[in-house]
Design a protein around this ligand. Structure first.
Ligand SMILES: [Zn+2]
Length: 210
């Protein structure tokens, strides 16, 4: 079955995000509330993911930061991977507070959107993308607490394209981006923190190496 057929089968809108790239105090503490909202639709995630198994999805041949394109200028990582058992990075504007509310979030690499919804709990609006690496392995990127989601499941997105905006998870936190990279695809959304790093990568380290 081709990607096209799979997308049709699951009613996934076919849209390619056009690269319209315009150069566009410590406040961590997130995802501590276990997800209580709508459960993650792992069926959709898995089915959609299958669509990237054939060769229509552009290879993710380089990675960049999800904020402050291209080098993270104007942002800092308030709670790096591993600190307080954090399973991601928390990106904040250096100007603090909610000054980054509504700022653009960029796709870190070419890939496909496999999940985009408000799941409530400590997560709020979440975008998940799968990226196909040059070595044919895959990684997943997770962008959480968004104010706005600008992509749909099935969208093939180019690196650097705006996929959403920085938010507060419906007012639970000062605005920031909770950002994860996983080398195990389609795991449950999880709790954002944990001692077991299985399936999780250090996002900043991965981006620097790729
Ligand atoms: Zn976080």
């Amino acid at each position: 079955m081709s990607t096209f057929e799979i997308l049709l089968k699951y009613g996934i809108p076919i849209a390619v995000c056009v690269l319209s790239c315009q150069n566009a105090g410590k406040e961590p503490g997130d995802v501590k509330v276990q997800q209580t909202g709508k459960p993650l639709d792992t069926t959709t995630l898995n089915d959609t993911f299958k669509a990237q198994k054939n060769n229509t999805l552009k290879i993710a041949n380089s990675f960049g930061l999800p904020v402050g394109k291209p080098s993270g200028e104007g942002y800092y990582n308030a709670q790096p991977f591993g600190e307080n058992n954090h399973l991601g990075d928390d990106w904040n504007a250096t100007t603090g507070g909610n000054s980054d509310l509504g700022d653009p979030i960029y796709a870190i690499a070419n890939g496909m959107v496999v999940f985009a919804a408000d799941i409530g709990g400590g997560w709020g609006k979440v975008i998940r993308m799968v990226h196909r690496l040059p070595n044919e392995k895959e990684v997943e990127s997770v962008y959480a607490h968004c104010e706005e989601i600008k992509v749909k499941v099935g969208d093939q997105v180019q690196k650097g394209c705006e996929i959403g905006t920085i938010g507060t998870a419906n007012g639970q936190y000062l605005a920031h981006l909770h950002f994860e990279i996983r080398n195990s695809i389609a795991m449950p959304i999880g709790g954002g923190y944990g001692l077991d790093h299985t399936g999780y990568l250090n996002p900043t380290e991965f981006i620097q190496k790729n």
